[in-house]
Design a protein around this ligand. Structure first.
Ligand SMILES: [Zn+2]
Length: 248
């Protein structure tokens, strides 16, 4: 099997970084070709044409396309056909030393069963992730997401609740908890008030409430949303299937 890669430079090593970055090449492929002088066509061991869709020109994506990219990544994850591992991590690290241009931001729970990059089949530099128990929009989280969208240019913010969320469960039960854990409760209470003691509806309501809060409490985020430069959406992650569903 062959991998054909059309390049526009006489030397692979001379390619500028953005061109090089466009190729989701396998580590072995790059190790084999970097530094080798090539003509207009490189042929090497591999299985397919490189896919220009995987280009890292993230800041040019529209909010809808950015959201679709996340959902497509989740489809690859649930189909157990992830591609993120094909990226060369050494090159990605190298290209993200000076800057980052994540195409999306995610506000997720800290729960260990919600590994955000894996769930969306993404790798270094692609998504700006904030995690906190109950995926709540505290002022520090809002500040972080303002940075992700307003400064780094993420085109979508996805607030993602998940099945069996312990933070929501504890809020419903108003459990006595040690230390400062109960500081989470007031943020989650509005969802519990809305849905009663039903866990799954409360989890979904909470994700929607936090997304609304982000849209309304942050002038940076609301401004970008008004200009159609950013989308804020809510989603639910099913920990048993791995499927992310958008909530409307
Ligand atoms: Zn949780």
């Amino acid at each position: 099997m062959k991998k054909l890669l059309i390049v526009e430079s006489s030397s692979f090593a001379g390619l500028n970084t953005s061109i090089l970055n466009e190729y989701s090449s396998r580590r072995s492929f790059l190790h084999m070709t970097v530094g080798r002088t090539v003509g207009g066509l490189v042929s090497a061991a591999g299985t397919e044409f490189v896919n220009p869709h995987r280009a890292m020109a993230q800041t040019t994506l529209s909010p809808d396309v950015a959201l679709q990219e996340l959902m497509d990544g989740n489809k690859r994850f649930t189909a157990e056909r992830p591609t993120a591992y094909e990226h060369d991590l050494a090159i990605l690290r190298q290209h993200t030393i000076e800057k980052q241009e994540p195409f999306a931001a995610v506000l997720s729970c800290a729960d260990s069963r919600v590994p955000v990059e894996l769930v969306f089949d993404q790798t270094i530099g692609h998504i700006f992730v904030t995690r906190i128990a109950g995926n709540i929009a505290t002022s520090e989280i809002i500040a972080s997401l303002e940075y992700g969208a307003g400064v780094l240019g993420a085109k979508v913010i996805l607030v993602m609740g998940h099945g069996g969320c312990g933070a929501i469960k504890a809020t419903i039960q108003a459990k006595e908890v040690p230390g400062q854990i109960s500081a989470l409760y007031p943020h989650i209470q509005p969802a519990v008030d809305q849905t009663g003691s039903n866990l799954e509806p409360a989890i979904k309501a909470n994700a929607k409430i936090q997304a609304t809060l982000l849209r309304q409490a942050s002038t940076v985020i609301s401004g970008l949303v008004k200009e159609n430069k950013l989308k804020v959406a809510a989603a639910y992650y099913d920990i048993s299937t791995g499927i992310v569903t958008l909530l409307v």
